[in-house]
Design a protein around this ligand. Sequence first.
Ligand SMILES: Cc1ncc(COP(=O)(O)O)c(C=O)c1O
Length: 409
Amino acid sequence: MQVDPAYFTWWQRSDLGYQQGELNFAGSAVRELIAEHGTPTFVYSKQRVTDNIQRLKSALDDTALVGRYKILFAMKANRFAPLLQFLARQGMVGIDACSPNEVAHALACGFEPDQISFTAGSLSQHDVSRLDEFEGLFMNCDSLYSIETWGRLKPGSEIGIRVNPGLGVSRACNDRLQYAGTVTTKFGIYKEQFVEALALANRYQLTVSKIHFHTGCGYLTSELNQLDQVISECLWFVENCPDVSRVNVGGGLGVPHSAGENPLDLGKWAAVLAKHFASRDILIEMEPGEYIVKDSGLLLLSKTYLEKKRNTLFLGVDAGFNIAPEPAYYNLPFQPVSLIDPQGKAAPKLKKVTVVGNINEALDVWYEDALLPNMQQETHLTLINAGGYSSSMASNHCMRGEFTEILLD
Ligand SMILES: Cc1ncc(COP(=O)(O)O)c(C=O)c1O
């Protein structure tokens, strides 16, 4: 079988790859991690998370934005308490929260209210009264309804307004990951509503000190022109809002998911931000989730069976899409990676297999036609990029919601 070697190497890096033919992650042999913790298990690397944040900071520090930005971790990507506690102790990021329970969880993990930015939609009266209890929490209102509701509750306070520029940026224009664009979405206040939004804020003496936007997820370098245009559109809101001292540019920074995709060029990304904001007296906030945690995690699995049906060789594993829904929901491939080096001398011959889970749903397919060393003798498998939007989105579908999470140094 002719295979591009990049298929087996694109995801490897100094802390993730093969040593003496065996898969290692964050200084541990994956086989030993499985022996110790069982499967299905998510393992996250503290060091990789730190490196990802540090890389973002270094890119921003190399621009005129140095000292004028704040990174908030979008905890919807991963809320594993030991990870949040680690981030709180480390002090490099604040938190982007999107529900009252997320705020309470961030506080319990060691963050202070003034380190948390809150952006959410469709808030109930119960939500709002819970949020009211978090003194110092910063609220970004995403609709006329939420400005009115917050204004009644906290007249005279400071708020942000989440805007919708009618243009979005996402991974390869994947419309499931796009929050703004030609399709009208629920996210944020549109240009034509903005005058009414400011009038409402004025009615309750609210100071609108922040413009917030998040228009899509997973963008890589080739989408940076689109980001540039999104920011240009959003500057209209900034310029029409006299008290703005902060702009939150959202998250959306992506990581590669397959061979042929390169990591986001952070130098170019930071240059786009600097182009628009360097000459403005404004603090820039950003709230990445995926970029900080996704490639810091692996999902460790056990093989259940290997069986040919018609022309397809199926490899079954002991967990399904319900504990890591991104491949099924968004068509994002989580490449299966064997514990044994497929290019090593001891590796069995390569086979094409379709990796499937244990949920009774047609969409429970982890990966079609994965290339793996013959799995006849192998007992385990891993999936990469499982550090974000996996455990945090897990459900108990088919009562198969059980898994272990481990934070590695
Ligand atoms: C308002 C908001 N901010 C930040 C994020 C984080 O996005 P990402 O993980 O793509 O960086 C999201 C994701 O849905 C979001 O809705």
